[in-house]
Design a protein around this ligand. Structure first.
Ligand SMILES: [Ca+2]
Ligand SMILES: [Ca+2]
Length: 256
């Protein structure tokens, strides 16, 4: 009895540790964990011998060679301007397992106006503004068939907006790509970093969304076909337009 009471008191002080002990939950597997306090193209956070990020199409370059990519005040500052930033792609290419979680913290500092999307809205053109964090998964490389889900965070006059998008084909048998809005959340604090988690429920073809620690439920995604096979099994972050910052990004696998 004494021991039980002592444990109970201990739990008040260390809720996280207590939860782990009492529910016997397995710790997550961390695939990669980037803190953007230094050039991420020079980081090997998981010690696999592969640098964790590359600048697209310039894989031997680093931030020193790229005017749009800087570390400012301990975060990754990316200038997209009016025509688009430089993509950072994660390495190595890999198949993300079921229950992979993409966890990141980002904000938009500036962008052009963008009308609030609505869930189910279809966009036929590429026209996003703000901070884009994208993952390709459930991949069939030879057949050019996979899932592409991304989140945008953009800035309005008095808030930030987060929305989640699924890039899909416009019809069965087509490889014309369109964009289906899966989730929208306005009213996020204007200047704060937004903490986002996407949980891939691959066996259910669903994505779970958590924003600033609040579980927002699951939404269904579809896989797309592309006209030619290519191996884009990675995560991409960049501002398609405007100025964005990322504080951290972790790829982990949660228990089922
Ligand atoms: Ca690595
Ligand atoms: Ca630079």
């Amino acid at each position: 009895m004494k021991i039980t009471r002592w444990l109970g008191l201990a739990c008040l002080g260390t809720l996280a540790a207590c939860g782990g002990n009492s529910t016997a939950s397995k710790p997550v597997q961390t695939i990669m964990s980037t803190t953007f306090t230094s050039d991420p193209t020079l980081q090997d956070s998981n010690g696999d011998g592969v640098l964790d990020w590359v600048i697209r199409d310039r894989e031997s370059d680093h931030f020193d060679q790229d005017a749009k990519l800087t570390i400012q005040n301990g975060v990754f500052h990316s200038e997209g301007g009016q025509t688009g930033g430089d993509c950072l792609d994660s390495r190595p290419r890999m198949d993300y397992p079921d229950h992979t979680e993409l966890v990141w913290s980002a904000r938009s500092l500036a962008n052009n106006d963008f009308a609030l999307p609505t869930v189910g809205q279809i966009y036929t053109e590429w026209g996003w503004v703000g901070s884009q964090t994208w993952i390709n998964f459930e991949y069939d490389v030879p057949n050019g068939h996979w899932a592409a889900v991304f989140a945008m965070i953009y800035r309005r006059a008095t808030d930030q907006v987060l929305f989640v998008v699924n890039q899909v084909d416009d019809a069965p048998g087509s490889t014309n790509l369109i964009y289906n809005i899966l989730y929208v959340q306005a009213g996020l604090p204007l200047d704060d970093f937004v903490d986002v988690k996407l949980h891939l429920y691959i066996s259910e073809e669903m994505v779970g969304i958590t924003v600033n620690g609040v579980d927002q439920g699951k939404v269904a995604y579809q896989r797309k076909y592309e006209a030619a096979p290519k191996d884009d099994r990675f995560i991409t972050i960049f501002p398609p337009q405007g100025t964005s910052e990322w504080k951290s990004l972790t790829v982990q696998v949660a228990e089922p």
